[in-house]
Design a protein around this ligand. Structure first.
Ligand SMILES: [Fe+2]
Length: 305
């Protein structure tokens, strides 16, 4: 993509018991704790080379503080800032030193009420396998041990405007959409700024709400193994391993100790910049989301943080 947005860089999640959450994200998910400040704990997956991708913030209620995307350089960020302001969003600056290992970021509110940040600078810490003749994976991995934070899914009321913002202003492509049968209303939107099936997605629902964070694992067996690890640790599994019609990914859904939904996600197709948008109709939404079961479960649309 030529928009200069490299990838999803981080999610800051609100959690209600910081120590219990850190224990879950390190021992069960298998992220590495990278540092702490007064209010937050910073974590990364083993295959990520920037300082952190998940920030846990002590709070009174669960949910997402913000999702951030890394931009390739200051020049690209300035161009994006102008376009965001022209669209009508107000930008604020998050100064260097607000959070650990991060440079300055710009922050704005989406039409769906979620906060997004764009940034160019974060401390490069590398991986345990290194950059010289690396082994395929490091020793002593714990838990599910995903490669990376893959994507996030949010809910919002006006998905047409949210999609227009991400495609026309930020330069994402829409890989898939779910429309009502009459084609009039968008009830799902899957957006990519890379060659992944999605970096960020929306389903129709209340504004400002968080649906899930997706962590990438290699394949179907790793999704099955994630289920074993979750059950061994008595974590509530919402949806046992299955396939998505949308993205064609393999998936399992479960909850962190505060009720924030997590996903271990594998595979999914690649999308190039000329990828033609796939459309699902609302009458097939069950198949689109859970390809085998072919119907939604109530918690999947109701349990939001
Ligand atoms: Fe997902």
């Amino acid at each position: 993509m030529d928009n200069g947005i490299v990838r999803i860089g981080r999610l800051e999640l609100r959690v209600m018991d910081l120590e219990q959450s850190v224990n879950y994200y390190t021992e069960v998910i298998g992220l590495e704790e990278m540092g702490r400040d007064a209010e937050r704990v910073y974590l990364k997956a083993w295959d990520e080379f920037d300082h952190h991708s998940i920030v846990l913030q002590q709070a009174d209620s669960p949910g997402m503080d913000h999702v951030a995307f890394k931009v390739k350089d200051v020049h690209a960020l300035e161009k994006l800032e102008k376009k965001i302001e022209t669209f009508g969003c107000t930008l604020t600056r998050v100064s260097r030193g607000t959070r650990l290992a991060e440079g300055e970021a710009v922050r704005f509110e989406l039409p769906t009420g979620h906060f997004v940040e764009l940034y160019t600078e974060i401390e490069l810490v590398g991986t345990k396998t290194g950059n010289l003749n690396p082994a395929p994976w490091p020793d002593n991995l714990r838990g599910i041990a995903p490669h990376r934070l893959d994507h996030a899914l949010l809910t919002g009321n006006d998905l047409e405007t949210a999609t227009r913002f991400f495609t026309e202003v930020l330069g994402f492509k829409q890989t898939e959409q779910i429309l009502t049968v009459d084609g009039e209303v968008m009830i799902g939107s899957f957006l990519s700024t890379t060659n992944k099936a999605h970096d960020l997605a929306f389903v129709k629902g209340p504004d400002k709400k968080f649906h899930h964070a997706g962590f990438y694992v290699d394949n179907w067996y790793e999704v099955l193994k994630a289920a074993d690890i979750l059950s061994k640790n008595k974590v509530t599994v919402e949806v046992t391993p299955t396939r998505h019609g949308i993205t064609r990914g393999q998936t399992i859904y479960f909850y962190d100790p505060s009720g924030n939904r997590n996903e271990a996600f594998a595979s999914g197709y690649l999308s190039y910049c000329d990828f033609p948008t796939i459309t699902w109709t609302e009458d097939q939404i069950g198949t689109g989301i859970f390809y085998h079961r072919r119907e939604l479960i109530e918690s999947f649309t109701k349990a939001l943080t």
